[in-house]
Design a protein around this ligand. Sequence first.
Ligand code: PHE
Length: 364
Amino acid sequence: MTEISDLKAGLIADIAAANTLDAVEALRVGALGKSGVVTGLLKTLGGMSPDERLAKGPPIQDLREGVAAAIAERKATLEQAALDARLASEKIDMTLPADLGPQGSVHPVSQVMDELAEIFADLGFSVATGPEIEDDWHNFTALNIPETHPARAMHDTFYFPDVNDAAQKMLLRTHTSPVQIRTMMTQEPPIRIIAPGRVYRSDSDATHTPMFHQIEGLVIDKGITLGHLKWTLETFLKAFFEREDIVLRLRPSYFPFTEPSVEVDVGYTLTNGQRVIGGDGDAKGGGWLEVLGSGMVNRKVIEACGLDPDEWQGFAFGTGVDRLAMLKYGMNDLRAFFDGDLRWLKHYGFSALDVPTLSGGVGA
Ligand code: PHE
């Protein structure tokens, strides 16, 4: 008996004296591990007669419990001390001034949207907005895209689950064109607006992200022609790319909400082996990049908004802001736009003080 209580006192003294978690662990293995002393004593119980076991069992069990408890306690104490030391060494005084200034910068998408707003403000356009959670009528039907129209499938729409009492399906807008509808229904013509914002399509690879940015333009007035559209786009693209030698190529196309519809390409040329926007795309080494969808607003769309298409005409255009940013600032992976990587932003971002102005150069 005294042997066991001596062993217990010795072990507990050793445990109390252990100063590191490793030392406590070594003691645990020596006592309670597979071939530990206490484990060895426990094993002897199996070979004892019932009477002997009745006499020796309780002190051995008491030894095991006492040693296990002492180890747990010592371990907790040492862990707490380690945590306290770490907290003390890593503490930060939130009241001290930061030794680094703010690390962010203006994202190229925000910068380009500001540039576009500045360019179009100069042409007499104001900025309009609409909801990103849109209804089926504004996103499709009013834009002459009826239920059965293949364009609905082309848009890879994110629909919300059906709600029983909702009058119509809700969705994430697939383009900024519903802002055309909302503007025509709430503003008296003449209208000159641009509508920048987020749009969503279920699509994802190096050149497509499920969320991206578009900018819409809409002009509604009397006697508006394709000539006005061409001049406006040419003026805008010259200001945006900051080059006078921008050459446009207009190709007949199809959008349900414009008639006729025109796709607009901008020419690029080879300068020192680099593709540079500007110049005649048909020149040797050059080519054309599609930058815009546009056209004369379809009579059916004007009618759907409650205006008389014999009195009011206009043009509309839409383009991807992210794509414009990539073309102007030379980025090639769209996905990096949304990673929030500070190193990328440091390289491609803009100073908050770098406000685009026409006189200072919009992309300065
Ligand atoms: N909404 C069209 C798209 O997302 C672009 C567009 C806008 C085309 C306005 C014509 C007129 O592809």
